[in-house]
Design a protein around this ligand. Structure first.
Ligand SMILES: Nc1c(C(=O)O)ncn1[C@@H]1O[C@H](COP(=O)(O)O)[C@@H](O)[C@H]1O
Length: 161
């Protein structure tokens, strides 16, 4: 069973990033959580990016707000797929600063960027990456998708006249 690392630039991102942790744990995927900042703890970021793949981690989810360099820098150091979560932090310019910092990566160093504060989708995407080679996780994703469908159908029934 694969492991996903959920890292973020500050403890102030945890409220948003918790949604990724929760959904991954719901799929019974092991999660490693840490605070890592390209700006404030560059040595820790370097060590994390260089060694994550040697510790059984298969996917990295990195969330950051403002000048959000963490996801891109980790992607530059690691051979693992990196999913970036732009976080709308306190002093952000409506979140655009974070979105563009994570989205606009140069060719050769991709970061799969989800929506602003889209940590839940980051968790689902990480599970799907693991599920592409792990039938047990893939089956749980199929059940999850079935649940989404049933919810919409039940909602439609409740409003239909
Ligand atoms: N964007 C980054 C990075 C980084 O990219 O390395 N490190 C911290 N931060 C962001 O700064 C915002 C404010 O952080 P504080 O609340 O700690 O002042 C957070 O959203 C964090 O992700």
């Amino acid at each position: 069973m694969g492991k996903v690392a959920v890292i973020m630039g500050s403890t102030s991102d945890l409220q948003v990033m918790q949604e990724a942790i929760d959904i991954l744990e719901g799929f019974d995927i092991e999660v490693e959580v840490d605070i890592v900042s390209a700006h404030r703890t560059p040595e820790k970021m370097f060590e994390f990016g260089k060694t994550a793949h040697e510790k059984g981690i298969q996917v990295i989810i990195a969330g950051a707000g403002g000048a959000a360099h963490l996801p891109g820098m980790v992607a530059s150091l690691s051979p693992l797929p990196v999913i970036g979560v732009p976080v709308k932090s306190r002093n952000s310019i409506d979140g655009w600063d974070s979105v563009l910092s994570i989205l606009q990566m140069p060719a050769g160093v991709p970061v799969a960027t989800v929506a602003l504060d889209g940590a839940k989708n980051a968790g689902i995407l990480a599970a799907q990456i693991i599920g592409s080679s792990d039938k047990c996780v893939r089956d749980k994703i199929l059940i999850y998708k079935e649940g989404l469908k049933e919810k919409v159908i039940a909602g439609a029934k409740s409003v239909k006249k």
